[in-house]
Write a protein that binds this ligand. Structure first.
Ligand code: GLU
Length: 298
């Protein structure tokens, strides 16, 4: 099997040191493996936040750092038909439902319930619209009320059956399909959402190793469930530690100060920038390089 990895930034901002780590981990896994392929995918479905100059800056910064990709870059904005087909398939299986709630209505419902239902990462959707009947759904849709598609995570878990995913750092993890609740798979405004687009495209691009930050570990429970439901290829995962600043905060909070552009403008060389993330990179890949010979067997 040929190892295929990807770096999938969103062109909604500049690359910072956290992105460089993510790119470097994916790139080095591909390069350590015979005929390994490293892909760059622009996750640009969030059109209101995307800016044209960020595509170019991301590519230029990667090239300047010596991180080269192998195939034509994929833009998720060109893949709406694939996401629509996946939504249609899930709709046929009755595993998604339209949600008409506004943010305010969800908050009010949490208050009304006294205690908001919690998932692993905080409050979860109270399943208000899951209880709507078909007639009520149709009336709201016909009257033009905007809606998002939500995964019925409880039903999805039952249909998908017991699942696991393999993470090269964390081992084999049993999937909890409802960990994040009934997540949105298609947003009201853009007709798609991260969880759906990422699994559809990782499978389309035959990605064998999905590498990304540990902050997304909980999302993989949703992704593995969707892969099983949609009959998509199951990749191996590697969730790596995040680059933190001196105060132990995630870099996203002060991304501009750590943006590659700013570091470049301040005279830092590519080698210096790579040295800044070296310790986290070693931590992220420590375990897998000791298993290097088996990367191609996975
Ligand atoms: N576009 C996502 C991000 O930048 C990609 C996450 C992933 O690799 O799955 O966080």
């Amino acid at each position: 099997m040929t190892v295929r990895t990807r770096f999938a930034p969103s062109p909604t901002g500049r690359l910072h040191l956290g992105h460089v780590l993510a790119a470097k981990v994916a790139h080095s896994i591909a390069r350590q493996s015979a005929n390994g392929v490293f892909l760059l995918r622009h996750e640009d479905i969030d059109s209101p936040r995307v800016r044209e100059e960020f595509y170019r800056e991301i590519e230029e910064d990667l090239q300047w750092l010596g991180i080269s990709w192998d195939e034509v870059t994929l833009r998720q904005s060109s893949r709406s038909f694939a996401y629509e087909a996946a939504i249609e398939a899930l709709q046929k299986m009755e595993l998604i439902y339209p949600c008409f709630c506004t943010r305010k209505e969800i908050q009010d419902e949490w208050i009304r319930m006294g205690a908001a239902p919690h998932g692993n990462c905080g409050k979860i959707y109270p399943r208000t619209c899951q209880k709507l009947g078909t007639a009520e759904q149709s009336t709201k849709i016909a009257s033009g009320t905007p809606f998002a598609w939500r995964l019925d995570s409880q039903k999805a878990g039952l249909i998908a059956g017991p699942l696991t995913f393999t993470d090269l750092r964390h081992g084999v993890i049993p999937v909890i399909p409802a960990l994040l609740g009934d997540v949105i798979l298609a947003r009201k405004d853009i007709g798609c959402a991260y969880h759906l687009a990422v699994v559809v495209d990782d499978s389309f691009q035959r990605v064998t190793h999905v590498t990304r930050g540990e902050d997304l570990l909980a999302c993989t429970h949703v992704h593995r469930t969707l892969q099983a439901l949609l009959g998509l290829q199951e990749p191996i995962y590697l969730h790596h530690p995040l680059v933190l600043d001196d105060a132990g905060e995630r870099l996203a909070k002060r991304a501009d100060a750590c943006s590659i552009r700013t570091l470049r403008e301040n005279g830092h060389s590519p080698a210096e920038i790579l040295r800044m993330i070296q310790h986290v990179f070693e931590d992220a890949t420590d375990n897998i390089y000791s298993k290097k010979s088996s990367l191609n067997d996975l």
